[in-house]
Design a binder for this molecule. Structure first.
Ligand code: AMP
Length: 271
């Protein structure tokens, strides 16, 4: 990867990095489009990062479809695919030094998944140092992750611009996710309620409601009605700090997570 980067730099070309865990879908592929718009060369990384999974989570059964991914990525215009092994990335099994996400890492996804954002920021910092991109493209689908990465770049002075691309949804509204392939048709129907609850919050905001508690109640009522769906969190937050807000303003976000069967789904909207 370093040789590739040196060659690209020697030609005076710029680099955009699209970090992923593979099992690519249209949501990932639009990140490539964004990357191509802003840089000469697009590097996509595919690495299922063990550091961001808790022992109880789905690391072992996370979908791995590298051949298909390589085809999709190259068709969409990725110049270099970086697919290191676990041993390449963590030759000592686990790092001694980690990147700590601070207050952004404590709430919501961070509360449901302790150490998750520490694992995310540590691998993103490693990828930035290996690929040395001018720009990295992330998806709004993982808004808290994007906020944590932006804070890391700001606080640790990484010379990398961060772009956040909008959420790509299936026609019925479900946010695309590699984990959606775990869902049975019935679970998929249940999972859809999360996006509907978030859209209902956005509609209520558009009609003038500004109290976070009232907007959250609108969403919660929809989630709680559904048998077979376990809500994990639903909240109105500042999209940069991820602290809850009392009065919602344009640019704030509603973030939510539910469990259906064995699968956890997350989603968000920007007010
Ligand atoms: P993952 O492979 O799930 O770690 O995701 C890799 C990148 O793709 C992250 O920046 C995600 O936010 C982004 N991504 C995943 N799903 C979507 C989606 N439905 N729309 C937009 N971006 C997405």
């Amino acid at each position: 990867m370093r040789h590739v980067v040196a060659d690209v730099r020697a030609k005076g070309q710029s680099i955009a990095l699209v970090p992923t865990m593979g099992a690519l879908h249209e949501g990932h592929l639009t990140l490539i489009d964004e990357a191509k718009n802003v840089a000469d060369v697009v590097v996509m990384s595919i690495f299922v990062n063990p550091l961001q999974f808790a022992p109880s989570e789905d690391f072992a059964r996370y979908p791995r479809t590298l051949d298909e991914d390589a085809k999709l990525a190259s068709e969409r215009g990725v110049d270099f695919l970086f697919t290191p092994t676990k041993e390449d990335v963590y030759p000592e099994h686990a790092p001694v030094v980690f990147v700590h996400p601070g207050s952004i890492g404590k709430e919501w996804e961070g509360a449901v998944r302790p150490h998750h954002f520490e694992g995310v920021l540590t691998i993103v910092a490693k990828l930035f140092n290996i690929v040395m991109p001018d720009v990295a493209v992330f998806g709004q689908k993982d808004l808290q992750q994007a906020a944590a990465v932006k804070a890391m770049v700001r606080d640790l002075n990484f010379p990398v611009g961060i772009l956040v691309a909008p959420i790509v949804r299936d026609p019925d509204g479900l946010a695309m996710s590699s984990r959606n392939r775990y869902l049975s048709p019935r679970d998929r129907e249940l999972g859809l309620i999360l996006s509907r609850a978030l859209f209902a919050m956005r509609d209520a905001f558009a009609k003038g409601e500004r109290r976070a508690s009232a907007l959250e109640a609108t969403g919660w009522r929809m989630l709680e009605r559904v048998v077979g769906l376990t809500p994990r969190y639903l909240a109105a937050v500042n999209a940069d700090t991820f602290q809850r807000v009392n009065n919602v303003r344009h640019g704030d976000a509603a973030v939510g997570a539910v469990r259906v069967g064995e699968t956890k789904l997350i989603d968000n909207i920007i007010f």
